[in-house]
Design a protein around this ligand. Structure first.
Ligand SMILES: [Zn+2]
Length: 224
């Protein structure tokens, strides 16, 4: 199914999906062209061009001055790509021992060329995983995903206990920092202190050690 759409078009569809996933918008809520351009590091005019093309292909609903949303067909392509990406990340970590801060950039390339056969083998070989090494859910082969209810760690109230659901996969330095302080999916966190004016958070990790976590890092951690 992916072969009908160019890799760069696929990236736009995935970017639209990830914008709605991360910001907990509805999938049919329009995403601004600027947000997409920023995510893909392209200019707003070239983003507009591609979004119009995808609109003509029936993959995106592009409304001038409002933004773009995935159509059902576009959603299917995006979910297929996200499934490839997250399965590949799981495979690279679990089967090849690639560190978790290195796998995203590899998966960004390989996701476009993964065959259905290899996808099946990776899925079966890993025992049909439901989440990737960063804790992000892997869509099923049918393109189904659990509903998301996570919040950013930075938005949690002081003293409230939470469990790490997933962490952003595309910030290697943040992932290395989190590995050092022991923050990974499944670990319990509690904010025990805040510093005013966007300063670091004091976070008790796994009920054992308190670490000072910069605001920018806490924004990349999603908890339940
Ligand atoms: Zn990734």
């Amino acid at each position: 199914m992916l072969t009908k759409v160019s890799p760069s078009a696929q990236d736009y569809l995935k970017a639209l999906f990830l914008e709605t996933e991360n910001e907990k918008r509805l999938i049919d809520e329009p995403v601004s062209t600027n947000a997409i351009a920023q995510r893909l590091s392209v200019s707003a005019p070239s983003a507009t061009n591609m979004l119009k093309k995808l609109h003509e292909l029936g993959l995106v609903m592009h409304i001038p001055y409002q933004g773009s949303a995935l159509t059902e067909a576009g959603q299917r392509v995006a979910l297929e790509l996200v499934r490839h990406h997250r399965l590949l990340e799981a495979y690279l970590v679990e089967a090849l021992g690639v560190p978790w801060d290195q796998v995203h950039k590899e998966a960004e390339i390989l996701e476009h060329v993964l065959s259905e056969e290899l996808e099946e083998r990776i899925d079966a070989g890993l025992g049909h995983p439901t989440s990737d090494p960063h804790g992000q859910p892997i869509p099923s082969r049918e393109g189904l995903m659990p509903a998301r209810t996570e919040r950013r760690l930075s938005d949690m109230e002081e003293r409230a206990c939470s469990t790490v659901a997933w962490v952003s996969d595309n910030l290697p330095e943040v992932l290395r920092y989190l590995a050092v302080v022991g923050v990974r999916p499944g670990v319990q966190l509690q904010i025990v202190g805040r510093t005013p004016v966007n300063g670091p958070l004091a976070v008790l990790v796994d009920g054992r050690e308190t670490h000072s976590i910069p605001k920018g890092v806490a924004e990349a951690v999603w908890v339940l």
